[in-house]
Design a protein around this ligand. Structure first.
Ligand code: GDP
Length: 326
């Protein structure tokens, strides 16, 4: 594959080249991996900056409806929008709930939109790397907004928050009891809580739910990366297209404030460090599972079981002799 040509076409914003490059970063083949790395390396320093927006919510809350309506609003403003998905179920089962082609049909036909379903990969770590690299590629291709969608289940939310400039949590109108179902840790990650389905018979419940969440947000510790009034809760209706313009204005005002105060760049720098460390950890773990380290570990474990070696001595031997560390 001609990496230089691919690079030129990505920088020109060609969607087919972008799709091809994402396929390359998703591949597990060693030669593809090497090409992907040289492509990413070659694209560095393109000077473009997308707003990376993470979005999470439980199934049925309206994520695809919201992304489609929100994406259509952005493209109508002349902005280029990319949508990527991180689907933890695909990491486990190989099947994808976010990958379904019928989702976001209108948006997928937009010239200024690019939608990429979640890859099926065996490990969440692999999905994280692929998604980070896909974000970089979309940014290089000149997308203004990159939406990264995930289903609300623990680990994948943290992962998406760690690759976003802003993190949105989409919620359903609910009674007071259900409010407590949102884990504190997830609330703490969010910059904007969007209570969706504020329309028809659900509207008054949505308004009440929103007030409850706003109250809960005020109890959280103040974060240095937030201006006055953030994180905040708002109501929207993805179905009726209401509240979306206001939500976008709030996102922009938060992003602008963070850019002016250095928190935007600061957060990206912290994220780069986070992913570097995560990748080192992951690679070390992978080595432990490969021969000859795996076999040596098993032999040492048996020695420890039999009382021939202390756990610490065995660990030391493994690190020194098999991993050449220390
Ligand atoms: P996802 O699983 O989070 O992607 O949710 P979907 O976007 O597939 O929506 C789940 C259901 O909620 C669908 O039947 C949508 O039509 C409905 N829905 C989504 N947004 C709204 C909304 O703003 N108002 C109402 N009343 N229903 C909505």
């Amino acid at each position: 594959m001609d990496i230089e040509d691919l690079k030129t076409r990505i920088l020109a914003g060609e969607r087919r080249a972008l799709a091809r490059a994402i396929t390359l970063v998703e591949s597990g083949r060693a030669d593809h991996r090497a090409q992907a790395l040289s492509l990413l390396e070659a694209l560095k320093g393109h000077g473009r900056e997308a707003l990376r927006v993470g979005l999470s919510g439980t199934p049925g809350v309206g994520k695809s409806t919201f992304i489609e309506a929100f994406g259509m609003m952005l493209t109508a403003q002349g902005l280029k929008v990319a949508v990527l998905a991180v689907d933890p179920s695909s990491a486990r089962s190989g099947g994808s709930i976010l990958g379904d082609k019928t989702r976001m049909e209108r948006l997928s036909r937009e010239r200024n939109a690019f939608i990429r379903p979640s890859p099926s990969q065996s490990q969440l770590g692999g999905v994280a790397r692929r998604t980070r690299e896909a974000i970089d590629l979309c940014e290089a291709a000149g997308f203004d907004v990159v939406l990264i969608e995930t289903v609300g289940v623990g680990q994948s939310e943290t992962m998406v928050a760690e690759m976003s400039d802003l993190f949105l949590l989409l919620l359903a109108p609910a009674g007071g009891d259900e409010l407590q179902g949102v884990k504190r840790g997830i609330m703490e990650m969010a910059d904007i809580l969007l209570v969706n389905k504020a329309d028809g018979a659900l509207k008054s419940t949505a308004v009440r739910t929103c007030a409850d969440y706003a109250g809960a947000l005020r109890l959280l510790r103040k974060r240095p990366q937030d201006p006055e009034g953030f994180p905040k809760a708002m109501t929207v209706s993805a179905l009726e297209d209401s509240g979306l313009v206001t939500a976008w204005e709030e996102m922009q005002s938060l992003a602008d404030w963070r850019r002016e105060t250095g928190h935007f760049a600061g957060r990206r720098a912290e994220q780069a460090r986070f992913w570097f460390e995560a990748e080192v950890r992951e690679r070390l773990l992978a080595r432990l599972k490969r021969e000859p380290v795996k076999g040596a570990m098993e032999a040492l474990a048996r020695d420890v079981e039999a009382g021939g070696l202390t756990p610490s001595a065995a660990a030391e031997e493994l690190l020194r002799d098999y991993l050449q560390m220390g």
